[in-house]
Design a protein around this ligand. Structure first.
Ligand code: SAH
Ligand code: MG
Length: 210
């Protein structure tokens, strides 16, 4: 079963021209930006949490960063992307959005780069990058989140693959799915976090730090 559906999407309000251009670019170039229902839900949770700073892992072309910055008028976002073509596109779109003063794009592998030199804590971390590495991202970046902060983790459903018997998962994706499940089991039992699975978009896991 698909989590996102046309019924929910039918109520989503139109986006401005730049966002529509980005959505079209993403569709044409197969850039996996967040689904509309997913970003709407994430933004609403962020409005409730009211973080002052967000660290995003996986900028792609800057779509979710721009959407989050538009939802929270004061927030400062640092976002990491390793693909240089996407970084260039993201810089261009962020520049045109007028939000470059609140969105800092860091080019590099999230497992190598240093964002602590930009700031030492982040109220929210949004993980939306290589799905097989979620545990590593979590281990590296969760120490930067203060008590009461939140980690939002996208694509927990992996387009339905997470829910299949591993033998039914295409061979080249098995390691990634195994890693994702190991991570999910680990974080759900972690004593320092209270996590809940939100069945929206491609599956959003929300972990509140105690
Ligand atoms: N958050 C974006 C979509 C991100 S798609 C949006 O919704 O608009 C995932 C991105 O993560 C891809 O562009 C990919 O290049 C990047 N990525 C994957 N692994 C990464 C890593 N280890 N470090 C930095 N970026 C990574
Ligand atoms: Mg995603």
């Amino acid at each position: 079963m698909e989590l996102s559906d046309a019924y929910i999407d039918s109520f989503i309000q139109p986006r401005d021209e730049l966002l529509q251009e980005m959505e079209q670019y993403a569709a044409e170039h197969h850039v996996p930006i967040m689904q509309l229902s997913g970003i709407e839900a994430l933004n609403q949770l962020l409005r409730l949490q009211k973080p002052q700073t967000i660290l995003e892992i996986g900028t792609a072309i800057g779509y979710s960063a721009i959407r989050m910055a538009q939802a929270l008028s004061e927030v400062q976002i640092v976002t990491i992307e390793r693909d240089e073509v996407r970084v260039e596109k993201a810089r261009d779109f962020v520049g045109r959005s007028g939000l470059a003063n609140r969105i800092t794009i860091v080019e590099g592998d999230a497992l190598d780069v240093d964002v602590e030199s930009i700031r030492s804590t982040y109220d929210a971390v949004f993980i939306d990058a290589a799905k097989g590495q979620y545990q590593k991202f979590f281990e590296k970046y969760s120490p930067l989140v203060p008590s009461g902060g939140v980690l939002y983790i996208d694509n927990m459903y992996m387009h339905g693959l997470s829910d299949l018997d591993i033998k039914e998962v295409p061979r080249r994706k098995r390691t990634m799915i195994r890693n994702l499940k190991t991570f999910t089991d680990w974080i759900m039992q972690h004593p320092d976090y209270t996590c809940a699975f939100f069945p929206v978009g491609d599956g959003l896991l929300i972990c509140l730090k105690r």
